[in-house]
Design a protein around this ligand. Structure first.
Ligand code: DDH
Length: 306
C-alpha cells in the first residue's frame, strides 16, 4: 500500500485529502463546458448518489457508489451524470486511495465552496463495496413534473422535514436543465455558477409572471423572459429563466413558502441551513463506529468489491 494511503477501514486524513481537493478545484473551471464550470453537475452527482436513501429499509445512500453500475447508473433520473463521473475519473486514477463514494461527495463540497457557497462539513471513509441487498430500486429520485405531495413523499423517505426540503432545493442556484438529460431546458438564475440565495428571490420576485409552457417533448415547465432583455430581431437573445413544477410548489405550498421567504431574505441563514442539510444528505445510510470509521454490514478489508 502506498505511504499516502489511509490504513484499511480508516478515512483519509485531512493531509491526504488536501491534494485531492486541490485537484477538484483545478477541474472546476472548464470554459467549454456548459456555463464554464463542472461544479453544478458534480453537486448533482453527489446528491443523486445519496438521495436514493430510504430510512425504513436502510437502503440506498452514497456509500458504495452504486451509480457506477447499470442498475443504478442507468436510472433515467441519472442521465447526464456520466459526465460528472468522467470528469472525476483522472482524480480517482491519481489518488486511488480515495473511494469513488468519498470522491463524489467530497467533490460536491469543494464545488459548493469554490462557487461561493458555504463550507459543508464532510466526513470520509465511505467504501465502494456494493451490497446487493442495499442497491436502491430505480425511481427513488424526485420527478420535476410533480408537486408538493411528491416532494414530501420523496424527502420524508430519506428523513428530511419541510425546512430541509426547501434548503436542499436551494441547490438549484447552480447549473441548468439539459433537454437531452432530463428533458427540461434552461437555468434557474442568471449566474448559475455562483452559489447564492438568488433562486429563492426569483421564485418570489417573478411570482405571477412565471409562465407555464409546454416543451416539444410534452414536458411542462415555468419560464420567465424579461421582454426588455429579450432583444430585437437579429440580436442575441438573453436566455430566459426557468422553474420546474416542483420548484414552483415551494411557493404554492404554505409550509414550504415560509422557508422560501426566510431564505430569500437572509442568505446567511440559507447558507447555514444548506451546509447542515447537505452534510446530512451525504451521510445518509452511513454507519460509523466511535472513531468515525464506516462500518459495512459485511467486513471487507479494503471495501472494494465490484
Ligand atoms: Fe436538481 N435537478 N432536483 N437538485 N439539480 C436538475 C439539475 C440540478 C430536481 C430536478 C432536477 C435537487 C432537487 C431536485 C441540482 C441539485 C439538486 C435537473 C436538470 C432536474 C430536472 C438535469 C439536467 O437536465 O441536466 C427535482 C425535481 C428536485 C426536487 O424535487 C427537490 C437537490 C436536493 C439538489 C442538491 O444538490 C442538494 C443541481 C446542482 C443541478 C444542475 C446540474 C447541472 O448539470 O447543471
Amino acid at each position: 500500500m502506498p505511504q499516502d494511503a489511509p490504513a484499511p477501514g480508516a478515512a483519509p486524513t485531512a493531509e491526504q485529502l488536501e491534494p485531492v481537493k486541490a485537484a477538484v478545484r483545478a477541474l472546476l473551471h472548464q470554459p467549454e463546458y456548459d456555463d464554464g464550470s463542472t461544479g453544478p453537475v458534480l453537486v448533482r452527482l453527489a446528491w443523486h448518489s445519496a438521495g436514493t436513501y430510504c430510512k425504513e429499509t436502510n437502503t440506498g445512500g452514497s456509500n458504495g457508489a452504486g451509480m457506477r453500475y447499470e442498475k443504478e447508473g442507468g436510472d433515467p433520473a441519472n442521465a447526464g451524470l456520466q459526465h460528472a463521473r468522467a470528469f472525476l475519473e483522472p482524480i480517482k486514477s491519481q489518488f486511488p486511495f480515495i473511494s469513488y463514494a468519498d470522491l463524489w461527495t467530497l467533490a460536491a463540497t469543494v464545488a459548493v465552496a469554490e462557487l461561493g457557497g458555504p463550507s459543508v462539513p464532510w466526513q470520509g471513509g465511505r467504501t465502494d463495496y456494493v451490497d446487493d441487498a442495499k442497491v436502491p430500486p430505480r425511481g427513488r429520485l424526485p420527478d420535476g413534473a410533480q408537486g408538493a405531495d411528491h416532494l414530501r413523499f420523496i424527502f420524508y423517505r430519506m428523513g428530511f422535514d419541510d425546512q430541509e426540503i426547501v434548503a436542499l432545493s436551494g441547490a438549484h442556484n447552480l447549473g441548468r436543465c439539459h433537454g437531452d438529460r432530463s428533458g427540461f431546458e434552461g437555468k434557474w438564475v442568471n449566474n448559475p455558477t455562483r452559489f447564492s440565495n438568488q433562486y429563492f428571490k426569483l421564485l418570489l420576485k417573478f411570482e405571477g409572471e412565471w409562465k407555464k409552457t409546454t416543451l416539444a417533448n410534452g414536458l411542462q415547465q415555468f419560464v420567465y423572459v424579461d421582454e426588455d432583455l429579450a432583444g430585437g430581431e437579429g440580436e442575441e437573445k438573453e436566455e430566459g429563466l426557468m422553474m420546474l413544477p416542483t420548484d414552483m410548489s415551494l411557493i404554492s405550498d404554505p409550509k414550504f413558502r415560509t422557508w422560501v421567504e426566510k431564505y430569500a431574505a437572509d442568505q446567511d441563514l440559507f447558507f447555514r441551513d444548506f451546509a447542515n442539510v447537505f452534510a446530512k444528505l451525504l451521510e445518509l445510510g452511513i454507519k460509523r463506529d466511535a472513531q468515525g470509521h464506516v462500518v459495512n454490514d459485511e467486513n471487507v478489508e479494503d471495501g472494494y468489491r465490484s
